[in-house]
Design a binder for this molecule. Structure first.
Ligand SMILES: Nc1nc2c(ncn2[C@@H]2O[C@H](COP(=O)(O)OP(=O)(O)O)[C@@H](O)[C@H]2O)c(=O)[nH]1
Ligand SMILES: [Mg+2]
Length: 653
């Protein structure tokens, strides 16, 4: 059980990442040592190292208010502070969405709060994130738990504002009157959250290892902050949906599940937590009977939600936190909190690792593979030359001259092909420009203005439907065009590569092709998330201009992000796609020259044959060492997480 603790698995994951980093750095050095650096590759390596450094695992907690999300976060992640670190309160909390992480760049503990008034601006939270000036910054004094607890209280601060202002901010609807004033009199002012979003940088070990926890307030926030639904939650690697045993599955729990959470299941792991099972710990019942009633309720939850029973975890966050603080093992066991941690460790982390792995292996792996292939081809040619020279001993000059003549002819044919290659390369680079134009942000922005026109300023659910249709139809059309164009480009690339390999017997390498499928998939997902939001009863019921406007802002911001990535990717691709072949061509040219030079020297004086053979043998053996090194780097990069753990365990034992 103990090795299923999330913290240990996070550590193993972190070690795996640092092994990977080491492998990449080794490769970087290897490239330098062997004089094989290319500025485009260098940049790419730098980007990958940076991406690994800032790689994150996001777990989002979603539920109606008061189900115990915050308590659960305290119990799983923050128990070693021997207190309830994050404020968890009885009753309705008006907290804002809160992200907890460690700010690696600033290396500083703080709380940053985005004022609620920023909702009036046409900027998404993601965009605000890059503009610290809009956030209120509170440094955290780690040496004083009291002052820290006080600082955390700031996150849940509210303020009283006139009704009109709350309405403008999209935080009050006339239908909500009941909530604010049970006797039905219209209040003069209402309490609204001070903040729209909170970022907490905190040096907890798991956060330092790249964990991000997203704590969300209840259903209301999902309705009023569309960015949560269309961007933040779909981007999380795991979503924890929390129910409480004292309330059971209420109508609003079920609404939230159906419209906001269930659909996330495709992209990320969703688990259901049935919290507060301690309310069922009836002293008058036998332990067996208690367990039975808990199982019964969990089974009902799984049926109602249509979720496999193995993904429903009955726990008590409160007792779990208490038990961990008191080191009461029996109570920890009873709270069942470790079960949930084990699930994250066993299922979520490996999934996340496969994502990182896919990315790194795609990027760096193909570069290392390229070096590997280049070496293989050098080694191959050295071996051939060596054989040729060995065969020469005892042969007369005619044979050598004949060989030289043939080598020269090959060289001439080769140079002709190099010329036509250069021409093709120019064509390709021209055509790549068109690909980049198709993927440019200004193209997308044209679509955005068309969308706005289609809606003709009608920020209603009907207008939203029209707008979404215009937008996604437009994007799909554009991506189709990109797809067709990409196919043409890829065909040209393949042809150019093949021609060289076939005509000159060069070791075949497969060019990396540009692929838009990933971005098409991302748009498909965005469309589904947007659809979910549009169909959510909250959205349909409100007809709120405000919310719909916000929804479009987050939609556009997300879409721009996808285009930005696709464009960047295409730009890199167009610069790099020919480089393996260029290197091969250069190498082959040198080999041909060297071969001729050898033959010439030997022709002049047969005495040099032996020394030439020795030289070639020496350089072959050097090539073999380089080859072994690059193979070992390749295997480090391909190593699975489990293997890294084994190594660490072996080293420790
Ligand atoms: N009995 C019991 N109460 C809990 C448990 N977890 C949370 N609570 C209580 O439920 C209330 C709401 O908890 P909180 O974490 O703030 O809920 P959130 O709004 O979902 O973040 C607080 O009074 C907690 O003390 C639990 O496991 N058992
Ligand atoms: Mg909370």
């Amino acid at each position: 059980m103990s090795n299923e603790r999330l913290s240990e698995q996070m550590q193993a994951f972190d070690r795996w990442k640092s092994d990977l980093r080491e492998g990449i750095v080794r490769y970087q050095k290897w490239l330098e040592a062997n004089d094989m650096v290319d500025s485009e590759d260098e940049l790419r390596i730098f980007e990958i190292l940076d991406a690994l450094q800032s790689d994150r695992l996001t777990i989002a907690f979603v539920a109606e208010f008061a189900r115990g999300k915050t308590e659960l976060i305290n119990a799983i992640f923050f128990s070693e502070y021997d207190r309830r670190l994050l404020p968890s309160e009885a009753g309705r909390t008006t907290m804002c969405p809160t992200e907890m992480f460690w700010d690696n760049k600033a290396q500083e503990a703080y709380i940053r709060l985005l004022p609620i008034e920023t909702r009036l601006k046409e900027t998404s939270i993601a965009e605000f994130r890059n503009e610290p000036i809009h956030w209120t910054h509170i440094p955290l004094d780690l040496s004083s738990p009291d002052s820290m607890a006080e600082a955390f209280q700031e996150v849940v601060r509210t303020k009283r504002v006139p009704l009109q202002q709350a309405r403008e901010l999209g935080l009050y609807r006339d239908e909500d009157l009941q909530l604010h004033s049970p006797d039905g009199t219209v209040p003069e002012g209402i309490d609204i959250p001070m903040w729209r979003h909170a970022l907490i940088s905190f040096p907890h070990p798991m956060l330092k290892q790249g964990l991000v926890i997203l704590d969300t307030p209840g259903l209301n926030a999902l309705g009023t902050e569309p960015e949560l639904t269309v961007s933040m939650l779909p981007n999380a690697h795991a979503v924890v949906f929390v129910l409480a045993a004292d309330t059971g599955v209420t109508k609003s729990d079920l609404d939230m599940w159906k419209h906001n959470v269930k659909s996330l299941h495709k992209e990320s792991g969703v688990v259901v937590v049935l919290n507060k099972v301690d309310v069922l710990w009836d002293e008058l019942k036998t332990p067996d009977a208690v367990e039975k009633s808990i199982d019964e309720q969990a089974r009902k939850v799984s049926q109602t939600l249509g979720m496999e029973a193995s993904r429903v975890f009955p726990v008590s966050a409160q007792k779990g936190l208490l038990a961990k603080i008191r080191h009461d093992n029996a109570l920890i066991e009873r709270s069942n909190i470790l079960h949930l941690e084990g699930y994250f460790a066993r299922d979520i982390l490996p999934y996340k690792q496969s994502l990182v792995r896919q990315h790194v292996v795609n990027e760096i792996g193909s570069m290392v593979k390229e070096s590997h292939d280049l070496l293989a081809s050098r080694l191959n040619s050295a071996t051939k030359q060596l054989q040729e020279l060995k065969d020469l001993s005892g042969k007369n000059n005619d044979v050598i001259e004949h060989l030289m003549k043939k080598a020269r002819e090959e060289q001439v044919a080769y140079f002709k092909n190099v010329e036509s290659f250069q021409a093709n390369k120019r064509i390709l680079s021209e055509q790549s420009k068109k690909l980049l134009d198709l993927l440019s942000l200004s193209e997308l922005d044209k679509l955005v203005s068309q969308t706005r026109e289609a809606m003709s300023g009608s920020w209603t659910t009907h207008g939203m439907k029209l707008g979404m249709k215009t937008f996604f139809d437009g994007v799909e059309e554009k991506l189709r065009e990109v797809g067709t164009y990409t196919e043409q480009l890829n065909r040209l690339v393949v042809t150019v590569y093949r021609k060289f390999h076939q005509e000159h017997g060069i070791t075949e390498i497969k060019p990396v092709l540009y692929n838009v499928a990933e971005y098409q998939r991302e748009f498909e997902q965005l469309k589904q998330d947007a659809e979910t939001f549009r169909n959510s009863p909250l959205t349909v019921a409100t007809e709120q201009h405000y919310v719909i406007k916000k929804f479009f802002i987050s939609l556009v911001s997300h879409a721009r992000n996808i285009f930005f990535k696709a464009h960047k990717d295409a730009e890199h691709w167009s610069k790099a796609v020919m480089s393996p072949l260029v290197k091969q061509i250069k190498d082959h040219k040198e080999q041909m020259e060297q071969r001729l030079e050898n033959l010439r020297k030997i022709n002049e004086s047969r005495d040099t044959l032996q020394s030439r053979i020795e030289e070639l043998e020496k350089s072959s053996s050097m090539l073999r060492t380089q080859y072994a090194e690059v193979r070992s780097i390749l295997s480090t990069i391909n190593r699975p997480l489990g293997a890294a753990q084994e190594t660490a365990r072996a080293a420790a034992g």
